[in-house]
Design a protein. Structure first.
Length: 415
């Protein structure tokens, strides 16, 4: 392949990807609007028309803004690649450092800083315009800025040494470097999962033991029935940033913990919380977490092998606007343009994820109550302004969970 033909291929793939994303977004907008006037029959007794229309308007607004973001981010990508941005940053970094690793780390750091700066307006509008307009945002500009600085600091402390190690391995381990890089990345990912609950998450939120003794007792009984051991059950002050409710598992090994947003505890009663937790435990008992990790690790191994083949091809660099081949440039270009070529495969992950959600719902119906889980989900759909009528094709590409109507119907059969 020549550099020119690869440039043409990249531009064509980018154009198709953008066109597909915009088409899917417009389908979503049109579909939600068509069903805005009436609550779906299966939710008519539990969701008011006002709540349904609010969810529709929220979905349409976010989708429209997402279309703007898609075009804006595509422009940034072109400027970094064909526009010569990465080449300029490479030359600048190499003028500062003679060491290939130091220059490579500097180039990647500068690229990340510039990209973050360029995309800040999108984050600001999403938080202080869209989320605020629909009553979800609880953050302040000061807190938003503090989060940004903390995230940047953590990325620098953890990410830059990792990049340096990866670049060293790519330069020193011969043609099989990708195996060593993969092993390093797997080890780093597992370490991050282990330290996140106790070292990183508390930098952003306050965690305290679940205050409701009755609810804690119920949860402990459920955990005992399911054979799940945890380091604790915590309530997180999610309301300091958003009124959206959520719950999640985090950690690895002895650091595993269950976290409830304080907003979720206000939205649901004890039976419903137990059902939601049983669903999350279903992911653990059906080994979904292990399967997803194995799939992710296997996929990364394959991607690094592909990168190993491209690393020595001049057309790969030149076709993306870079005339200075290096391990840092290869790594950066590959993961920058990868989403352009892989967006079309989004439904594969969605189908797998939805299968896991149905299995976790079935487990929750066994260990708690399908009816209570239905009640909990309906409340979450309502309070989080989740649309009950997503476009099916858009949903297949973007939604990891089944549409509300299908999920509730499956639970009603179990009930």
């Amino acid at each position: 392949m020549t550099a020119h033909s690869f440039s043409v291929l990249f531009v064509f793939a980018l154009f198709v990807s953008i066109l597909l994303q915009l088409w899917l977004a417009q389908r979503q907008i049109n579909h939600v609007r068509r069903h805005r006037a009436a609550v779906p029959a299966e939710f008519a007794e539990t969701i008011t028309l006002q709540s349904h229309q609010r969810a529709a308007d929220y979905t349409v607004t976010k989708t429209r803004f997402g279309m703007v973001g898609t075009l804006y981010e595509a422009i940034i990508l072109v400027l970094f690649t064909l526009g010569g941005g990465i080449e300029w940053l490479t030359q600048l970094s190499q003028s500062w450092f003679t060491s290939p690793i130091a220059a490579g780390v500097t180039m990647i750091a500068l690229l990340a800083i510039i990209n973050t700066f360029l995309t800040l307006p999108l984050s600001w509008i999403a938080t202080f315009k869209i989320e605020a307009a629909f009553g979800f945002n609880q953050s302040t500009p000061k807190l938003w800025l503090a989060d940004l600085l903390k995230t940047t600091g953590i990325a620098a402390v953890i990410g830059l040494p990792l990049i340096a190690v990866v670049l060293w391995l790519m330069g020193r381990m011969g043609s099989n470097w990708w195996i060593y890089v993969w092993a390093t990345w797997v080890g780093f990912s597992l370490l991050l999962m282990w330290i996140f609950p106790t070292w990183i998450a508390p930098l952003f939120n306050k965690f305290e033991p679940l205050p409701d003794e009755t609810l804690r007792s119920r949860i402990e009984n459920l955990l005992a029935r399911c054979g799940f051991k945890t380091s604790g059950i915590f309530m997180m002050d999610g309301s300091k940033r958003s009124s959206h409710g959520n719950a999640y598992f985090t950690g690895l090994g002895k650091t595993k913990r269950i976290v409830f947003f304080d907003t979720l505890l206000k939205q649901l009663d004890g039976d419903e919380i137990e059902a939601v937790l049983a669903h999350e435990l279903g992911h653990f008992k059906r080994r979904h977490i292990v399967k997803r990790m194995a799939w992710t690790f296997a996929l990364m191994l394959g991607l690094l092998w592909v990168l190993g083949q491209l690393l020595v091809e001049p057309w790969f660099y030149q076709g993306l606007g870079v005339t200075t081949p290096s391990t840092a440039n290869a790594l950066t270009l590959f993961f920058l343009v990868l989403p352009v070529f892989t967006f079309i495969f989004g439904p594969v992950g969605s189908i797998m994820s939805r299968k896991h959600e149905y299995e976790a719902d079935a487990y929750a119906a066994e260990q708690a109550s399908a009816t209570d889980l239905i009640h909990a989900l309906v409340k979450l759909y309502r309070d989080n302004a989740a649309t009950l009528t997503p476009d099916p094709l858009h949903s297949v590409f973007y939604d990891s969970h089944p549409p509300a109507a299908l999920r509730i119907a499956a639970l009603q059969k179990l009930a």
